[in-house]
Design a protein around this ligand. Structure first.
Ligand SMILES: Cc1ncc(COP(=O)(O)O)c(C=O)c1O
Length: 360
């Protein structure tokens, strides 16, 4: 590892594989299908490990990400995002020739835009209606789901496969009990909505939940059929803060060099917001990364500088290399072309972040 130029993003392959195996085992035990969210890593190499461990397909956030993963040989993809636009509909039509495909929708207007090219080609795009179980981002409220689902199911060019949700508000729960409650409601609200829709004569095959903090509990709620955690492959300081995992379960760290120690209480590394991202620590703000093996943390960032607030009793020297546990691993991966796979201190692999930058 001594030969690596810094800053570099390291992925401990042993921890990565253990995280992948654990989540796969959880899903098997809960009797649900695992469709990990690959926007976390955007690496086909990691997607293959997830598939080998039993994932039955992948989730993506963007049509462009799905195109990259289809090209890499993945054949069952769900764009877990309300996709809107006829241009996207045309790209999805091309993609549907090659893979089993579904996309998210949360409005009749939006669904109509992607349906157009499928209707003209006398084909059907499978869609899942996004339901808001409390996050307050996208998705229809459970009480509106029946009406919107019926109108979407009636649109020529679409087939309603099911419902999905993402309980991102779990990241704001300050206690383990709070996360558990979000997870319980995530599963129960979505499963209850699915029952309502079925009672109204709609076909709902898939009931898909998922975020890393809520996955273990939400996937066990009766009626849930699929789970889509993403971050669990790497974990990060926020997952540690939420109690999802321990520091030893974090696979992704940033290797950085101390470039300046201008004062006893301040050391500066060559990893700033362009490397660590400026995402806050969850559930409570608290700096921009934990220095592994030390109590000091990165307290402030500019683009190319990470300023460590040196705690009493610790010291840093110029040239020293540190491993920093970032607040949010998904955005860190997205900032880099490649991740360095390590086992202990040995470099074992280079992981291409192939779907990086696919924002359309
Ligand atoms: C729709 C959707 N599903 C699944 C996930 C995966 O959640 P996590 O990264 O907490 O595992 C996300 C993450 O943002 C998401 O937006």
């Amino acid at each position: 590892m001594g030969g690596l130029a810094t800053p570099a993003v390291l992925v401990d392959l042993d921890v990565l594989e253990r995280n992948i195996a654990r989540m796969a085992a959880r899903a098997r035990e809960a009797g649900v299908n695992l469709r990990p969210h690959a926007k976390t890593h955007k690496c086909p190499q990691i997607g293959r490990l997830q598939r080998a461990a039993g994932a039955w397909g992948l989730s993506l956030a963007k049509v462009g990400e799905a195109e990259v993963f289809a090209e890499a040989g993945f054949d069952d993809l769900f764009v877990a995002y309300p996709v809107v636009g006829e241009d996207k509909g045309r790209r999805l039509l091309a993609l549907a020739d090659r893979v089993r495909l579904a996309v998210g929708v949360d409005s009749v207007e939006g669904a109509r835009t992607v349906a157009g090219p499928f209707r003209e080609a006398a084909r059907e795009l499978e869609v899942l209606l996004k339901v808001d179980v409390g996050y307050g981002r996208v998705g229809v409220l459970p009480e509106h789901a029946k009406d919107v689902a019926r109108r979407i199911a009636d649109l020529p060019g679409l087939r309603l496969r099911g419902l999905f949700t993402h309980a991102g508000h779990g990241y704001l729960a300050e206690t383990q009990a709070g996360v558990d409650e979000v997870a319980r409601l995530e599963g129960q609200r979505l499963a209850a909505t699915a029952s309502d829709l079925r009672a109204a004569g709609l076909t709902i095959d898939e009931v898909s939940v998922g975020s890393t903090p809520t996955a273990a509990r939400a996937m066990r709620v009766p009626g849930v059929t699929e789970c889509r955690p993403g971050n669990y492959v790497f974990h990060d300081a926020s997952q540690v803060g939420l109690g999802t995992c321990g520091v030893d379960d974090c696979a992704l760290t940033v290797l950085a060099t101390v470039v300046s120690v201008p004062a006893p209480d301040r050391a500066v590394v060559d990893a700033g917001s362009k490397t660590l991202s400026s995402d806050p620590l969850r559930p409570r703000p608290g700096g921009h990364g934990q220095v592994l093996g030390r109590r000091s943390r990165v307290d402030r960032l500019s683009e190319e500088h990470g300023v460590i607030a040196v705690v009493e009793g610790e010291s840093f020297r110029v040239g020293e290399r540190l491993r920093i546990l970032p607040n949010h691993a998904c955005v860190v991966a997205n900032l880099h072309d490649r991740l360095i796979g390590v086992s202990g201190d040995r470099v074992e692999a280079v992981l291409e972040v192939a779907a990086r930058g696919q924002v359309r």
